[in-house]
Design a protein around this ligand. Structure first.
Ligand SMILES: *Cc1c(COP(=O)(O)O)cnc(C)c1O
Length: 423
């Protein structure tokens, strides 16, 4: 039987593109640190008939009838999130991470209030106060920066700045920071200056649930996470908070910012949290960090300068321009042609432009989901070095792409079954 038969019949163009994407995900080494492979169970829930239902409101308090099952599903998701993080309250309705941050700010801030988040160019997210983002337009953004010497968070420096600017809220949690975040220091700073402590753990949720990164809860006043990064769930997000903010947070999402929740995503979030309770998930989280350390060590050995000198989490930010004379965009394009997918990235205090910065950002969640371990990381590091020292040699890139494809064929991808492709 043909794979994806209904799509084949209705829209063969889209069917072929999805199939091609499935094969791409199988055949390449995916190192983008915010990406992963969702399990078949997560994909089944998110591709289910729950997409047919409207459920504006919250379980037991809906505007529409027909919620016999969706109420149970959303309640399960909420209870699992609350238990996993040990928080008073959770809301699983945000459509994605950015709207989740928007909802938290809407709940606890007034337009014009001062917020402090890590500068975008140093690893903060757009929604942490970047000037062209809603967060920098509606609020007064006073971004903090990394320590120029250590390239790490300097809590005393952040504290000093917070005393000066008196923010209403401080955001901790990043998109390109390879080290452990000391949440207790943020709690201390926020208590001292009377600010709310907001934790955005989107990148590291899987590590936190797996017990290999400290949790900001129940310390943080509010928090958000996406569900599709190291957690390996569906495309979505959730908010967590102390009881004092529960009503405001719910109201900010509905009716403040959104209409009906995506019930298919809600169900898949519940599934992802169930999966995260398993011993296998703990082993996965631990292996992500071991893999990142192994890959970092290999790249370091090959002469790439690692930002902060290494990693404690799933992510590595490294310098290509000064290390090897190749700009980040040229580096990521060459890697992609060789079957290794990464993204170029600004490094702290970069002198180049965001479109072609000095470095590359990689992470190990996806390769770890495929069952790769330290020996495979060494091999990947060697390939990366070969690519980046022969970045304009198409023959080398094509040869490595072939080797990568062959190598990938012996590692399964959760959610993908190549037997489906046999006609
Ligand atoms: C990914 C991410 C977001 C935004 O998530 P989207 O789902 O892409 O909107 C927000 N904050 C951080 C720290 C992230 O890494």
């Amino acid at each position: 039987m043909t794979y994806l038969p209904a799509l084949e019949k209705t829209d063969p163009q889209i069917r072929d593109l999805i199939l091609a994407e499935e094969k791409r995900q199988w055949n390449v080494i995916r190192l983008i640190p915010s990406e992963n492979y969702a399990s078949k169970a997560v994909l089944e829930a998110s591709g289910s008939v729950l997409t047919n239902i409207y459920s504006e409101g919250y379980p037991g308090k809906r505007y529409y009838e027909g919620q016999q099952y969706t109420d149970q599903i959303e309640t399960l998701a909420i209870e699992r999130v609350k238990k996993a993080f040990g928080v008073d309250h959770a809301n699983v309705q945000p459509y994605s991470g950015s709207p989740a941050n928007m909802a938290v700010y809407t709940a606890v801030l007034q337009p014009g209030d001062t917020i402090m988040g890590l500068a975008l160019a140093q690893g903060g997210h757009l929604t942490h106060g970047w000037k062209v983002n809603f967060s920098g337009r509606q609020y007064h953004s006073a971004p903090y920066e990394l320590d120029p010497k250590t390239e790490r968070l300097n809590y005393d420096q952040i504290w000093k700045q917070a005393k000066e600017v008196k923010p209403k809220l401080i955001v901790a949690g990043y998109t390109a920071y390879p080290r452990i975040i000391e949440w207790n220091r943020f709690r201390e700073i926020c208590d001292d200056v009377g600010a709310l402590f907001h934790a955005d753990i989107s990148h590291i949720t899987g590590l936190i649930l797996g017990g290999v990164h400290p949790s900001p809860f129940p310390m943080a006043d509010t928090g958000i996470t996406t569900s599709h990064k190291s957690l390996r769930g569906p495309r979505g997000a959730m908010m967590m908070c102390k009881a004092a903010h529960a009503a405001a947070i719910d109201k900010a999402i509905m009716p403040g910012l959104q209409g009906g929740p995506h019930n298919n995503t809600t169900a898949a979030i519940a599934v992802a949290f169930k999966e995260a309770e398993s011993p296998a998930f703990k082993a996965y989280a631990a292996q992500i960090v071991k893999n990142a350390k192994a890959l970092a060590e290999r790249l370091n050995k090959h002469g790439f300068r690692l930002i902060t000198g290494g990693t404690d989490n799933h992510l590595i930010l490294f310098e290509t321009f000064k290390s090897k004379g190749i700009l980040g965009r040229d580096a990521s394009r060459a890697l992609d042609r060789a079957g290794i997918v990464a993204n170029c990235n600004l490094v702290p205090f970069d002198t180049q432009t965001p479109m072609n910065p000095s470095g590359v950002r990689i992470g190990t969640p996806s390769v770890t989901s495929r069952g790769m371990k330290e020996p495979e990381m060494a091999k990947i590091g060697d390939w990366m070095n070969e690519v980046l020292t022969h970045a304009t040699d198409e023959a080398v890139l094509a040869r490595i792409a072939g080797e990568v494809k062959e190598f990938c064929s012996s590692f399964v991808c959760p959610g993908i079954d190549p037997l489906n492709w046999k006609e």
